[in-house]
Ligand binder design. Structure first.
Ligand SMILES: CC(C)(COP(=O)(O)OP(=O)(O)OC[C@H]1O[C@@H](n2cnc3c(N)ncnc32)[C@H](O)[C@@H]1OP(=O)(O)O)[C@@H](O)C(=O)NCCC(=O)NCCS
Length: 259
């Protein structure tokens, strides 16, 4: 399993870079990117489209040989070659997980979610938690509300949220799955679905600093077997690579443009 995280800083991502990159995308992807009103949203999606293309480029597979498809619930996958991946983006970060997972082709049971740790808008923390409470289990709500301080409460909330998103994205369902059926205990790192620990899952937590902003991310992958493990965010993550967006897109233009 490997995670590539692209740090996106809007002021340093020039219009010229954006336009040159756009020319290398297929019509469907370029149309989706151009539909965004805000350039920042367009750039995040653009970067997210280049990540799987560069993954295969690094394996010597040219653009013309890549075929993309999506499941009925919208999960994108490679129709050719069959390699598991999933993408997530939020604010200044775009991340892709890829793996040699062979469970449930063609979309495979793998998902990633990244989020910037902050209260969105100007809402106070308490009212934010109240707004989100319908998506939380009783235990999750108690952990978030009784955290020692707001910082810990927010971090707990985003571990819970990214774990739920990563798990449902792995299933390919996203918000189509009732989030209250999933319970993630961020204090003990325990995942439960419908009240029991599901068998054969691996969750990997990670954090990334983008300037002064903290991002939390979770990869959820069905690996088979009886056990389910949650790997904490601390400790060495040799599977995590962090790259600057301008460097990444310049390399993509160079690599894919010369094909
Ligand atoms: C798609 C969805 C999972 C995205 O979650 P999010 O946290 O808002 O956004 P993220 O940045 O983490 O992920 C977005 C990426 O996930 C991928 N994605 C899209 N649909 C997906 C799905 N069903 N499952 C897994 N991954 C999906 C795409 O690569 C997408 O990137 P793009 O929008 O640039 O193409 C969420 O919006 C959702 O659940 N949508 C509705 C799906 C649904 O309800 N289907 C109904 C049938 S069950």
């Amino acid at each position: 399993m490997k995670v590539q995280a692209i740090k996106y800083d809007p002021p340093s991502f020039t219009d010229e870079l954006y336009q040159r990159a756009l020319l290398l995308l297929d019509t469907e992807s370029a149309t989706k990117v151009k539909k965004f009103y805000r350039r920042e949203d367009a750039c995040r999606t653009l970067i997210g489209r280049f990540l799987p293309r560069m993954l295969l480029h690094a394996q010597g597979i040219p653009l013309k040989d890549i075929k993309f498809a999506a499941t009925a619930s919208g999960k994108p996958y490679f129709a050719k070659p069959p390699i598991a991946y999933n993408v997530s983006h939020d604010n200044g970060l775009v991340a892709m997980v890829s793996s040699s997972n062979t469970h449930n082709p063609p979309a495979f049971t793998i998902g990633v979610d990244v989020m910037k740790v902050r209260v969105p808008g100007r809402e106070p923390f308490k009212s934010f938690v109240k707004t989100m409470s319908e998506q939380l289990t009783t235990l999750e709500l108690r952990l978030v509300s009784s955290a020692t301080n707001e910082k810990q409460g927010l971090e707990y909330f985003f571990w819970i949220w990214t774990a739920k998103e990563a798990y449902t994205k792995a299933l390919g369902l996203g918000l189509g799955f009732d989030f209250r059926r999933i319970e993630f205990n961020p204090a003990l790192d325990v995942l439960k679905v419908d009240g029991a620990v599901p068998k054969g899952w691996q969750l990997n937590k990670f954090t990334i600093m983008q300037g002064t902003d903290l991002y939390q991310g979770v990869v959820a992958e069905f690996v088979g077997g009886e056990e389910t493990t949650v790997v904490a965010e601390s400790g060495p993550h040799d599977w995590l690579e962090v790259i600057d967006a301008t460097v990444f897109i310049q390399e993509a233009i160079q690599g894919l443009g010369s094909q």
